[in-house]
Write a protein that binds this ligand. Structure first.
Ligand SMILES: [Zn+2]
Length: 242
């Protein structure tokens, strides 16, 4: 049976002399494995469309829970702006790896939707760190370690929220604060907005550098402490940021 899947190629592995096996994170069927026959050949129409990070529509002979076979592929967006910028490639690599790891733990369809909208916003030219942080914050729910943005992590108080701590894992109220860094009101408010914003609706990002860097720091600390994920692509991003 031939089926069409929208998705993104998350990995490609050579197979025999001329073929490769690709994994596609799909819109609604989780990750599927697909044999792309002849796709390593220079003249193959499948060669470019089966490269890692291709966002496309893939027609496959579908075998549930088994390797499917690729029939044809159409690229949705060639991501030319991202692919000509080494820093943006770094962000792309990281968010695809993160979404892939998240999808392995949770088959929620929102994971692909969030990833796709984030990629397209970075391609449009929006700040890749901000878009990446928004995606990171949203992924936490699907990783089972979402941040409660309504109350103090220590006592549950909904008032007098003073700061937020990536190490402690949430908001800290003024009664519970010991030695946590105090972040500005703007940082706390923007953090909440990152969580609730629909990435597709982002048109203009006017956020101070101080706020964006604070949020990046909070999320980096939180990921290290609570997600159990170690992604090489994140280490690359950290080195670029310096
Ligand atoms: Zn408290």
């Amino acid at each position: 049976m031939i089926r069409e899947f929208e998705g993104i190629v998350v990995s490609e592995t050579p197979y025999s002399e001329s073929s490769k096996i690709i994994n596609i994170l799909t819109k609604d069927q989780g990750v599927i494995g697909v044999m792309a026959k002849g796709a390593k050949r220079i003249k193959s129409p499948l060669r470019v469309a089966t490269e890692r990070f291709t966002l496309g529509i893939f027609s496959v002979y579908y075998h549930k829970d088994k390797l499917s076979t690729l029939v044809s592929a159409d690229i949705i967006n060639p991501l030319l702006n991202i692919k000509t910028d080494i820093v943006k490639i770094g962000y792309l690599t990281y968010i695809v790896e993160l979404a892939h790891q998240t999808a392995k733990q949770n088959d929620d369809e929102h994971i692909y939707a969030i990833l796709k909208s984030a990629i397209l916003k970075i391609e449009e030219g929006k700040d890749p760190m901000v878009i990446t942080n928004i995606l990171e914050l949203k992924m936490l729910d699907y990783l089972g370690v979402g941040i409660d943005l309504d109350k103090c992590i220590k006592c549950g108080s909904k008032t007098n929220i003073l700061t937020i701590s990536g190490d402690e894992g949430g908001y800290i109220c003024s009664d519970c604060r010991t030695n946590e860094l105090i972040y500005s009101d703007k940082t706390i408010k923007m953090f909440r907005l990152y969580y609730y914003v629909d990435i597709n609706s982002i048109t203009d990002l006017k956020i101070s550098e101080e706020v964006t860097h604070n949020i990046d720091k909070i999320l980096t600390d939180y990921y290290e402490r609570f997600t159990g994920l170690y992604l090489k692509s994140k280490e690359f991003l950290k080195s670029v940021a310096k």
